[in-house]
Write a protein that binds this ligand. Structure first.
Ligand code: T5A
Length: 235
C-alpha cells in the first residue's frame, strides 16, 4: 500500500483468491453490483474520488494474457507444459496485466476487483507443483513491480466441495484436472501465504449458499471501507 501511495495511485486493488470452485467469479459479480449501488460509493464517484469500478482476472486480463490463458488451460496441448514453463507463463501474464492494465487504472482512481493475483502462484506453482518458494517470491516481485492488493478476500472451501462445484459445471480445464492431492496442497498453500501476508486479507467461509457468502464479503468490505473513507462510512 505504501508502494501504491508512493506512486501516487489513488484507486483500490481488491483481489479475490482461493482454490477451484470457491465461487470467486460468482462473488465478484455480486460484489461489483453491490458496490456500484452503495450510496456512499456513489458519493465518492460524484466527488471524483472513485472514477470507475471494474472487474478483471488472471490469467487473461489483457489481450496478451488471453493468449497466455489459452496456453495454460488447454486440456490437449500439442506438447505437455512443463511446471517451470507454466510458472513463467503465469508470471508473464501478471507482468503484462500490472503494467498495461492495473497500474494505469489505479493511477486514474479506478477500483479494480481482480479474480486471482500473486498468491495464486505461490499456492498453485509453489505448494501445488512444489517449485522453489523463494524463486517464486522473486518472480512475483518482478511480475508485480511491487504492486500489492489493498485487500484480498480469500474464499475458502474444502477441496472436495470446490472441485465438485467446478466439475458440476461440465468440462474441466487443465488445472482442474490435476490430482486431489495437488488441490489439497494448494489449499494449504493459501493458508500459509495468508498467515504470513503483509497486506490485508479477509478469510471468507465459502461453504454456504451464494447469497450468504456475498453477505460475509459485504460485511468484510464495510470494515475496510470505513477505514479507507471514515467520513463516507462512519461505521
Ligand atoms: N492459476 C492461476 C495458477 O495456477 N497460478 C496463478 O498464478 C494463477 C493466477 C485459472 C486457473 O489458473 C490457476 C488457477 C486456476 O486453476 P480459471 O478458469 O480462471 O482458471 O479458474 P478459477 O479461477 O478457479 O475460476 P472458476 O470459475 O473455475 O472458479 P470460481 O471462480 O472460484 O467459481 P465460480 O464462481 O465460477 O463457481 C463455480 C461453480 O460453483 C457454483 C457456480 O454457480 C459455478 O457453477 N457456485 C456455488 N455453488 C454452491 N454454493 C456456492 N456458494 C457457490 N458459488 C459458486
Amino acid at each position: 500500500m505504501a508502494e501504491i501511495a508512493q506512486r501516487g495511485m489513488t484507486g483500490k486493488l481488491i483481489v479475490m483468491e482461493g482454490g477451484e470452485g470457491g465461487g470467486k467469479t460468482t462473488q465478484l459479480r455480486y460484489l461489483h453490483r453491490w458496490l456500484c449501488q452503495l450510496p456512499a460509493v456513489q458519493s465518492l464517484q460524484a466527488e471524483g474520488q472513485i472514477t470507475d469500478i471494474v472487474v478483471t482476472r488472471e490469467p487473461g486480463g489483457t489481450l496478451t494474457g488471453q493468449r497466455i490463458r489459452q496456453l495454460l488451460l488447454d486440456t490437449s496441448p500439442e506438447e505437455p507444459l512443463s511446471d517451470r514453463s507454466e510458472l513463467l507463463l503465469y508470471a508473464a501474464d501478471r507482468a503484462q496485466h500490472v503494467d498495461h492494465w492495473l497500474k494505469p487504472r489505479l493511477a486514474a482512481g479506478v477500483w479494480i476487483l481482480c479474480d486471482r493475483y500473486s498468491a495464486s502462484t505461490v499456492a498453485y506453482q509453489g505448494y501445488g507443483r512444489k517449485l522453489d518458494l523463494t524463486l517464486i517470491d522473486q518472480l512475483n516481485q518482478i511480475a508485480t513491480g511491487g504492486l500489492v492488493s489493498d485487500l484480498t478476500l480469500w474464499l475458502d472451501v474444502p477441496v472436495d466441495v470446490g472441485l465438485g462445484r467446478a466439475q458440476a459445471r461440465g468440462e474441466s480445464d487443465r488445472m482442474e484436472q490435476a490430482s486431489l492431492a495437488f488441490h489439497q496442497r494448494v489449499r494449504q498453500g493459501f493458508s500459509q501465504v495468508f498467515a504470513q501476508a503483509t497486506y490485508p486479507v479477509e478469510q471468507i467461509d465459502a461453504m454456504s449458499d451464494e447469497v450468504t457468502v456475498a453477505q460475509h464479503i459485504q460485511a468484510a468490505m464495510l470494515r475496510w471501507l470505513s477505514q479507507w473513507y471514515p467520513t463516507h462510512f462512519p461505521g
